[in-house]
Design a protein. Structure first.
Lengths: 311, 287
């Protein structure tokens, strides 16, 4: 073919090569996330299981004494697991009502200007680094809790004073931290409820509040459920915010005990641990990872059920 | 009169619930005001620009967070260089190329899983895989690689949404006048999707700046000025959040609050930029 001849077919070869490489590269990019998930899962299981064989599964999961540096080391993480479960559950008890009601306000009641202000505030709340929550936790919430502790246990001789660094403080911090997740997800699902529902309910004579609580919220049930599950995921995985706020001693999860969570257990000892001790910390990581996987499957299940039940 | 159509029935429960709803909304907003206010009050008396431009040194008697600022910048740039192309490429594939439905489902499931994994787990994985297995030890590169996996879902999801919002007619028009697929993506699709992609990138930046748990065991806690721009990648470097955590542990709250203020200002600015972009360049606004 001549050089100056403009042809559609002329550089077909280079073109198709570029096309093919581009397609291959983007396919490769997609595979990265799959590889990442597989390798993270593998690594968590491979590094988390040796300690189970060394110490014994029941000794780790149901042992109540955590004393890894003793002559006869004890690696019981029962209280650590229970603390994470109780802490997250109570944080939800505080966070969910506030979060859902705020979402109701945003989607059903607030005028556009108020909505804009509240929404941007919540977006910012989500962006604040978790260490800052921790810093404010020790300086604002802990002193308050200490005062409460002094009042409640004024006559107690057995209570070990925590200076306010206890489960209650950690729960308060966690409940604040899950608010943005809860509010955003719930608001989205409330907005997805068709307007006809509201109009029909109002036309039947229900008040706005009745409409919200008897029609709109039940219709958005699935969305709210997944918001809560995501909130659980966020709360159970939080480490830096509650590390110093919770007191960080392994105790039974009672409100005014200094406690240690799964996450803070890893962070606080990873720096200096070695040998079996370190492997047990990996096992704690594995336990946390399994919790997260369960939460993920639950979430997928809820969303799928929502798709089937929806129109 | 009681059942009149014209008189609104007064329900006490309605009133209570209404007040509760407004109260929770007020509380959620109030929290932010309290947080920012408290940090500002505690930080401003101790703030000076010399803190931003000096490194902490006992010998010279200076206190400063310049190394941490530089480390944070390093972390942002390197992480985005790794995760940006991968995330955007993956989104392009899912949106434009993918034809196998199960494959798409698997990929979106893994993206969900990645988004749900807590940062401490990323930290553990990064330490074990990049730090110990690949022998990168405590270094900015280890931290960046770890964070790159972590922010992948943010970038890829935002890019996907941005690509979806590009009208179908753009694609058909480009293909119709003879453009090949990749040419169409490169010259038509990506430019129209850029605002959305940028929003994702800025959100990811916010996440990188705010991250601490994933960096503690990957990037380490050393705060020295870089001597060589390239080798600094392979040395341990504490970001602003890690430095805040260290100062907090030493009960050095004055410096901790100054760092907190710097972080909050950065987060605020990023937030405004993201908002501005998504408002200014809304693809569907004019359509």
């Amino acid at each position: 073919m001549e050089k100056n001849f403009i042809s559609i077919v002329a550089n077909k070869k280079t073109k198709s090569m570029i096309e093919k490489t581009a397609a291959m590269i983007v396919t490769g990019c997609t595979v990265v996330s799959i590889i990442a998930v597989i390798s993270i899962t593998m690594y968590m299981f491979i590094s988390g299981t040796p300690a189970i064989f060394k110490v014994g599964l029941t000794d780790i999961l149901f042992g109540r004494v955590w004393d890894p540096t003793a002559v006869d080391p004890q690696y019981g993480i029962l209280y650590i697991i229970l603390t994470s479960i109780v802490g997250v559950a109570l944080a939800l008890c505080i966070g969910v009502p506030i979060g859902v009601l705020t979402a109701v306000h945003l989607s059903e009641i607030a005028n556009p200007r108020v909505r804009k202000i509240v929404k941007s505030a919540i977006e910012l709340l989500a962006g604040i680094p978790s260490v800052i929550y921790g810093l404010l936790g020790i300086l604002i919430i802990n002193p308050l809790m200490y005062k409460l502790e002094l009042i409640i246990f004024a006559n107690s001789t057995t209570h070990q004073f925590t200076g306010g660094a206890n489960l209650m403080s950690a729960i308060l911090v966690l409940s604040i931290m899950i608010l943005p997740t809860l509010i955003n997800m719930t608001e989205t699902s409330l907005r997805a409820v068709p307007d006809d529902y509201r109009k029909s309910s109002l036309a039947l004579g229900a008040s706005q509040i009745q409409t919200i609580f008897k029609v709109v919220l039940p219709a958005a049930k699935n969305g709210i459920m997944s918001a809560i599950v995501l909130g659980v995921g966020r709360a159970i995985g939080e480490a830096m915010a509650i590390l110093l706020v919770a007191g960080n001693a392994v105790n039974a999860p009672l409100p005014f005990n200094s406690v240690r969570f799964l996450t803070t257990g890893i962070v606080s000892e990873m720096g200096y641990s070695s040998g079996t001790h370190r492997q047990v910390l990996y096992t704690i990581g594995l336990v946390l990872f399994i919790f997260i996987l369960l939460i993920n499957f639950l979430l997928t299940y809820i969303l799928k059920r929502g798709d089937e039940h929806g129109e | 009169m009681e059942n009149s159509l014209f008189v609104k029935k007064y329900r006490i429960s309605d009133q209570i619930l209404n007040i509760l709803i407004r109260l929770s909304s007020f509380l959620s907003t109030g929290l932010l005001v309290v947080i920012i206010g408290y940090i500002a009050i505690r930080a401003i008396p101790h703030f000076s620009f010399s803190i931003l431009t000096h490194t902490t040194s006992v010998l010279k008697g200076t206190v400063g967070i310049l190394p941490n600022i530089i480390n944070t910048l390093y972390m942002i740039i390197v992480t985005l260089l790794i995760a940006g192309p991968i995330g955007i490429g993956g989104a392009i594939y899912l949106n434009e190329y993918a034809s196998n439905k199960t494959f798409v489902e698997i990929v979106s499931f893994t993206t969900e899983v990645l988004a749900g994994i807590p940062s401490i787990i990323y930290g553990l994985f990064g330490m074990l895989f990049f730090g110990e297995f690949l022998r990168l030890n405590y270094s900015i590169l280890t931290g960046s690689l770890t964070l790159a996996i972590m922010i992948l879902p943010i970038i890829s999801r935002n890019t996907q949404v941005a690509l979806q919002s590009v009208p179908k007619s753009y694609r058909e028009a480009a293909l119709g006048i003879g453009a090949t697929k990749w040419y169409m993506i490169r010259t038509v699709l990506l430019p129209s999707a850029i605002p959305g992609i940028l929003t994702g990138v800025i959100l990811a930046m916010g996440r990188i700046i705010a991250e601490s748990a994933a960096l503690l065991f990957t990037a380490g806690s050393v705060a020295i000025l870089p001597t060589n721009l390239f080798t600094h990648l392979f040395s341990s470097g504490a970001t602003l959040t890690i430095e805040l955590y260290i100062q907090m542990g030493r009960s050095n709250y004055d410096l901790a609050f100054v760092i907190a203020l710097v972080l909050i200002v950065i987060v605020l600015v990023l937030n405004f930029i993201a908002k501005w972009i998504s408002q200014k360049f809304d693809v569907n606004k004019g359509v």
